[in-house]
Design a protein. Structure first.
Length: 490
């Protein structure tokens, strides 16, 4: 229920301010400490490499190059994390009720954003609530505007806060890294408190505008954490291992661009020439570029001698870039072609699958790590949908993930057909074993039922049995819910 607006208690105010300071510290930290703002810049390829000032001469700063390897490290895994259904247990078929809740909140698309933020920043958040009609509403939140605290004993979220940016700054590039907060939602056990700044600014006190005492069994905030450890459950960015190598590669590419700029026209020299050799027929000096590009190569002075320095060799730069690509690929456990175009040429499809073995295993690990939080989210959604109760048997919820490997459909079809022929798989399991989406599996089952003569006959007899052949009696009319009495003789 919702209670009238009141003020924060001293403990609530301390908790909210502590969470706000935690968020500010996380955003302003260094890249090696998981700073959220700088990680976002690396993902957006907006982070220029650090230079000691020797390789980039003054006036050539525009030649600095940023390579998006950190984004590649995160996207390579995110692209293979697709949820296709939810089961009430590992042995049941996907649940239509749970899938309807999932789709009603737009999680087909929003789940991808949650996975991407978790891989980029180390964590993202999912908040479970109720909409105006009382149905479950699930939203995905960015770690740039949300923070949480865990109980050190139970390791469960004991408090969380979602901070709201000034609406005038939302979606404007110049405010992409703004930290101005004008409102917040404080999530505590059993209640959610909505507050605003009393002066609309950053330094104003928090004023409560709504307090919803919902009585949920836990704080309705579920973090999706990437690469947690026992002593550090805040998560780590998937990009951290690649960032130092990407910085080194950026320096090599920048050096190659500067070398190309200086060596675009080979360096030339002239010995023994006089000033008159650089004047035109009218005695005017020849412009420097005309002299450089060849207007004075034919000199009347037989004592003058012209020559050309050898061109710079750029192969050392390309070899260095390829070496950095190999290092980045080995750190991420992906084929070399993911980080160096043309650097790898697998001999066969089996060789491709062998090279992707570590990547597939990494994706399966993320499916397991993210699957638990999503199952927790769906239990909270069911608690709301059931009016404050949790049905029995939901402790074995399981997400249906798309296969993160990349076998061809022909290979999968051959595998499934052999399993069905050997009696290992029943025929009805074929569409699911092929990895088809749940909607397509249901459509295939419906088409098979329509094509089955026995099923068509049963449906026809069922319709015939429901066709009334004589007027219904009064008792039958009430029993069928019509509420009408049969006509009587006048």
């Amino acid at each position: 229920m919702t209670t009238p607006a009141d003020r924060l208690t001293d403990e609530e105010e301390r908790t909210l301010n502590r969470l706000h300071q935690r968020l500010l510290n996380a955003r302003a930290a260094s890249v090696h400490s998981g700073g959220l703002d700088i990680l976002g810049r690396y993902y957006d390829a907006d982070r220029y490499m650090r230079s000691i000032g020797l390789n980039v001469p003054p006036g050539y700063e525009d030649l600095r190059t940023v390579i998006a390897w950190p984004a590649q490290a995160a996207d390579t895994i995110e692209e293979r994390l697709d949820v296709e259904g939810i089961r009430t247990s590992t042995t049941d078929a996907p649940s239509d009720v749970l899938w309807d809740i999932w789709q009603a909140s737009g999680l087909d698309e929003e789940s991808q954003l949650a996975h991407a933020d978790a891989l980029i920043y180390g964590r993202s958040y999912v908040v479970v609530g109720a909409d105006h009609s009382g149905d479950p509403a699930i939203t995905v939140e960015s770690p740039l505007w949300m923070a949480h605290e865990r109980d050190p004993l139970t390791r469960q979220v004991r408090a969380a806060a979602r901070f709201v940016q000034d609406p005038r700054e939302v979606d404007l590039p110049q405010y992409a890294r703004s930290t101005t907060t004008v409102a917040a939602s404080l999530f505590l056990p059993g209640q959610t408190v909505q507050v605003v700044r009393d002066d609309g600014g950053e330094a104003g006190a928090w004023v409560v505008v709504d307090r919803d005492v919902h009585g949920m069994p836990q704080v309705p905030v579920v973090p999706l954490v990437n690469r947690p450890r026992v002593a550090d459950r805040a998560g780590r960015s998937e990009m951290l291992r690649v960032i130092p190598v990407a910085d080194a590669c950026c320096r090599a590419i920048t050096n190659m661009q500067i070398a190309t700029e200086f060596q675009a026209v080979p360096q030339r020299y002239i010995l023994g020439a006089s000033q008159e050799d650089f004047e035109d027929a009218d005695g005017n000096p020849v412009p420097a570029w005309e002299a450089y590009l060849g207007r004075v190569w034919a000199l009347a002075n037989d004592q003058a001698k012209a020559g050309q320095f050898p061109a710079a060799e750029l192969r050392n730069f390309t070899e260095a870039i390829t070496a950095y690509g190999k290092i980045a690929a080995s750190l991420q456990g992906v084929p070399l072609s993911y980080f160096a175009v043309g650097g790898d040429n697998p001999a066969s499809a089996d060789a491709i699958r062998a090279e992707e073995a570590r990547l597939v295993k990494a994706c399966e690990r993320r499916q397991r790590a993210f699957g638990g939080p999503w199952e927790q989210v769906m239990r909270l959604a069911i608690w709301i949908a059931e009016g404050g109760t949790l049905p029995q048997g939901l402790d074995r919820l399981a997400l249906v993930w798309r296969d993160p490997s990349t076998p061809t459909m022909a290979a999968k079809a051959d595998y499934v057909s052999k399993m069905v022929a050997a009696g290992v798989f029943p025929p009805a399991y074929g569409p699911e074993a092929l990895g088809l989406p749940v909607s397509e599996q249901e459509r295939i089952a419906e088409l098979w039922r329509e094509a089955d003569p026995a099923a068509r006959l049963a449906a026809s007899l069922d319709r015939a049995s429901r066709t009334p052949t004589q007027p219904a009696t009064a008792d039958e009319g009430v029993a069928h819910g019509t509420g009408q009495q049969p006509p009587t003789a006048g």
